[in-house]
Design a protein around this ligand. Structure first.
Ligand SMILES: Cc1ncc(COP(=O)(O)O)c(C=O)c1O
Length: 422
């Protein structure tokens, strides 16, 4: 990347920057990509995935941790991305990235992609008998998240190794619409075995000959720099629960701290300090003995993907500038599901000097299909191309074909000089 690549914007990185005022993705002009391939279109800079995986692994190593990294497949399951991840490191080296899956379909994707055994963890919820049948045949690391599920597994696969997903009763990071973590908080959630349930869990395991080999907690979402004290509390409580299992003689060999590492979604947010994050893991979990694993999704993939859309409506409505795109909420649902702000960039004027407070809407026939209101946006015209950034995680998997607006194509650049396979 040359010095012309301006990464001043909070959403920018070497694979998504501003060159001569225009947005560039993996070194190519974003508007030119849209004109060549059409819109709506997902465009990926897979080098960003490599950079994020490397940065995380290096921070864990610098903290002195014995670590395992897996990616959360619910965030990304496109075959091109899976193939890229599988190439990142030879199996069973610190550079390997394994897969955490949450359904039989995701498990099949991991197996087809070449992951096997311990490289795969399965952390599902409300797992049915059908699901268990598909899972237990494979020697993967399986985490269950309630006593009821532990009993059900015991009936399916007595004698199997299993991990306990625990609920540490507090959370960290973005708290979303409920004002509390939907994963782990002081009110009951559907995830995880509570501290006072551990003796019963040990009893159920003994009854069915199940061997408790890991402890899993996922209690964070969109962790940023200021959230680490809360994250430390989740890790401290998880360590206490791991100690209970270890003292009961359970051969716990892995403690999984889940995902939840965040990326800034607004200019005033400060990025997570990976070394500080790894230091929290090392302080609370690193000395217990078991290997420490993490399974992020958004952090690894979010920044790698951009959605390009055409401006099909541009007019002032009752004095308010409106921009309408040929893409709707279903292609980039962060604002609608997680209440996170969406960032839109006008590709031909990506760092505008003059902005108007604009309403940006999509092409789904619902009043809620509004990406942003009062959004400081460049002066847009019909035919312009807009990039919605940070759509590399979750969006392709969550896509709902509402109004017949189905999944758009994607192109994947595997380097910052040449286009990859489409
Ligand atoms: C069990 C588990 N692990 C990992 C993740 C990945 O989370 P994130 O994309 O926030 O890193 C999730 C997401 O909700 C999850 O439920």
């Amino acid at each position: 990347m040359t010095a012309e690549c301006d990464t001043r914007a909070f959403w920018a990185h070497p694979g998504l920057c501003v060159t001569g005022g225009r947005l560039s993705i993996a070194g190519r002009d974003a508007e030119a990509i849209a004109l060549e391939h059409g819109t709506p279109l997902y465009v990926f800079d897979l080098c960003r995935v490599t950079e994020r995986v490397g940065a995380l692994q290096e921070a864990l190593a610098r903290a002195g941790l014995r670590y395992v990294t897996r990616f959360s497949m619910k965030a990304q399951r496109e075959p091109e991305v899976l193939a890229h991840l599988r190439r990142l490191g030879p199996p069973v080296t610190p550079q390997t990235i394994g897969a955490d899956v949450c359904s039989p379909v995701e498990l099949a994707s991991a197996l087809t992609g070449g992951w096997e055994g311990d490289e795969i963890s399965y952390t599902g919820t409300n797992v049915s008998d059908r699901d268990f049948e598909a899972i237990v045949a494979h020697p993967i690391r399986l985490n269950v998240d309630s006593l009821s599920q532990l009993r059900r597994l015991g009936r399916h696969a007595p004698g199997r190794n299993v991990g306990l997903r625990v609920n540490v009763r507090c959370g960290a990071g973005h708290l979303g619409r409920s004002g509390g973590s939907l994963y782990s908080s002081d009110r009951p959630t559907k995830f995880g075995i509570y501290a006072e349930q551990l003796p019963e869990a040990i009893g159920i395991a003994r009854e069915h000959g199940l061997v408790l080999t890991s402890l899993h907690f996922h209690a964070s979402s969109y962790l940023l720099r200021d959230d680490l004290a809360d994250f430390a509390e989740t890790a401290r409580r998880a360590a206490e629960m791991a100690s209970v299992l270890l003292q009961a003689g359970c051969p716990i060999d892995e403690i999984n701290a889940g995902g939840g590492l965040g990326l800034p979604v607004a200019p005033d947010q400060e990025a997570l300090d990976l070394d500080a994050y790894a230091a929290v893991l090392a302080e609370h979990l690193g000395t217990l003995g078991p290997v420490v694993s993490v399974e992020p999704g958004d952090f690894l993939f979010g920044e790698s993907g951009v959605l390009l859309a055409e401006v099909v409506t541009a007019e002032d409505r009752l004095g308010v500038p409106f921009v309408g795109l040929d893409a709707g909420w279903n292609l980039a649902p962060d604002r609608f599901i997680y209440e996170l702000p969406v960032t839109c960039v006008l590709c031909r004027d990506a760092l505008p000097e003059a902005v108007r407070l604009t309403t940006i809407t999509g092409n789904i026939n619902e009043g809620d299909d509004v990406f942003a209101e009062g959004y400081p946006f460049a002066w847009a015209h019909e035919g312009d191309i807009v990039a919605i950034v940070k759509v590399g995680s979750y969006c392709q998997n969550m896509l709902a074909p509402h109004c017949g607006r189905t999944k758009p194509p994607a192109i994947y650049f595997v380097d910052r000089a040449q286009a990859g396979k489409g």
